[in-house]
Design a binder for this molecule. Structure first.
Ligand code: SF4
Length: 400
């Protein structure tokens, strides 16, 4: 079964920390967007290398599979479909329904979306009762809600367009519409001068009983309002100590409520892990459609033109929307396998030469990893040092 990502690039405004490839629009050009995705699908199906994500290798991550099946039509089903952005919830409900119908029809092995994990990224202000009902009817069964904080002052600082009250309203509207699988995104490690109460935000998020939580530390990206504020002294850069303290605090707090971190930034209740994101972290192939979308066939990665207008013009002219691609060497694939495996609670399988490394013993003695049978798994303290651990393992690997 395959994994499909649809990138919807439109946002009502740019958040203060965001450097994603977005198109700020007061009115979302829904018809043009749906038409562009349809044209990209047509272009793909007429391409010699077209690989239906449903026909991609199964149960064989990390590119060790047999070559993907080359097919000229879509004849296999999807396991997951993820609409990310941007702000996909800005698409009018009828546009979203059309898009999902096109996708379902394109992948003939997907007779209904009921068995597919269909995730929509949504901003709270878009989750009206009518939209929630329409999304559910269209096939959406999981919503990832960009909550970020429950403090109105902090939300204004982030340039978010919702207030805290809208988050609770959105969760209620989704549940009433039959979408019980709701994930909340929160950002931590904000500048000290904001006086953000992280414990309060965690409590308010948990009170809504989401099935899943994604927690991201604030990073400063170039050419964002936040970077400009910091360069002129109007904000302070995120602080490593605060980052570590709030990260560990979240682990403790969520564990008391039955959530398990199954990846460095993601925690879920039993049975509520994101199947789509698990596919990324386990090195499985996926197809991406839309501007800036990435695809991976197990051996090579390619990505589309990032700017909406450039992408739209390319597909309208019947040209390739692909900006570039790179084949992964065996060494690159192994580095990714180590890095992504250690991000998850599955950890890294201790094949030679990793089992020989004395540094693993040191890491275990310091409580940064646990060795469980044939696997090494990061603790929360270890996840804070993930890059160092991967460098340690792969650097020694090269000379072992
Ligand atoms: S809503 Fe998301 S994608 Fe859009 S500007 Fe804000 S952070 Fe970026």
């Amino acid at each position: 079964m395959g994994h499909l990502y649809l990138h919807v690039p439109f946002c009502a405004r740019r958040c203060s920390y965001c450097d994603f490839s977005i198109a700020v629009r007061k009115r979302v050009p829904a018809r043009e967007y749906v038409d562009a995705v349809l044209r990209e699908l047509d272009w793909l199906r007429n391409s010699p290398g077209w690989v239906n994500p449903g026909a991609m290798p199964r149960g064989a991550p990390w590119g060790n599979a047999e070559p993907p099946t080359q097919v000229t039509g879509a004849d296999s089903g999807l396991d997951t479909l993820y609409l990310g952005g941007g702000t996909p919830s800005l698409l009018p409900a009828d546009g979203l329904a059309t898009l999902l119908t096109i996708v379902r029809d394109a992948f003939h092995g997907t007779p209904s979306l009921d068995a597919v994990e269909v995730t929509l990224e949504a901003n709270p202000e878009d989750v009206t009762p009518d939209n929630a009902v329409a999304w559910r009817r269209a096939g959406v069964n999981r919503v990832s809600l960009g909550a970020q904080s429950f403090d109105d002052r902090v939300l204004r600082w982030m340039h978010r367009s919702h207030d805290a009250a809208r988050i609770g309203d959105a969760v209620v509207n989704l549940r009433r519409a039959g979408i019980a699988n709701v994930s909340l995104d929160l950002i931590f490690a904000l500048p000290a001068e904001l006086g953000r109460d992280w414990a309060r935000d965690l409590d308010l998020a948990l009170a809504l009983e989401p099935s899943h939580l994604s927690l991201y530390g604030l990073t400063v990206e170039q050419r964002t309002p936040l970077a400009r504020w910091i360069s002129r002294g109007a904000a302070t850069a995120p602080d490593d100590e605060r980052y570590a303290a709030e990260y560990l605090q979240a682990h403790s707090r969520l564990a008391t409520c039955g959530y398990r971190f199954y990846e460095v930034s993601n925690a879920a209740r039993d049975g509520c892990r994101s199947r789509h994101n698990m596919a990324y972290w386990s090195g499985r192939p996926y197809l991406g459609l839309g501007p800036a979308a990435h695809s991976f066939d197990g051996r090579a990665r390619r990505w589309n033109l990032a700017a909406w207008e450039a992408y739209r013009r390319a597909v309208a002219a019947g040209r390739s929307p692909v900006e570039s691609e790179e084949g992964l060497s065996d060494e690159q694939r192994e580095l990714e396998r180590v890095y992504l495996s250690l991000r998850t609670d599955e950890g890294l399988h201790l094949t030679a030469p990793y089992r020989l490394l004395p540094s693993l013993t040191v890491w275990a003695e310091r409580g940064w990893v646990e060795v469980r049978g044939e696997r090494v798994v990061c603790t929360p303290e270890g996840w804070l040092r993930l890059d160092a651990l991967v460098g340690d393992l792969t650097g020694r690997h090269a000379t072992a």
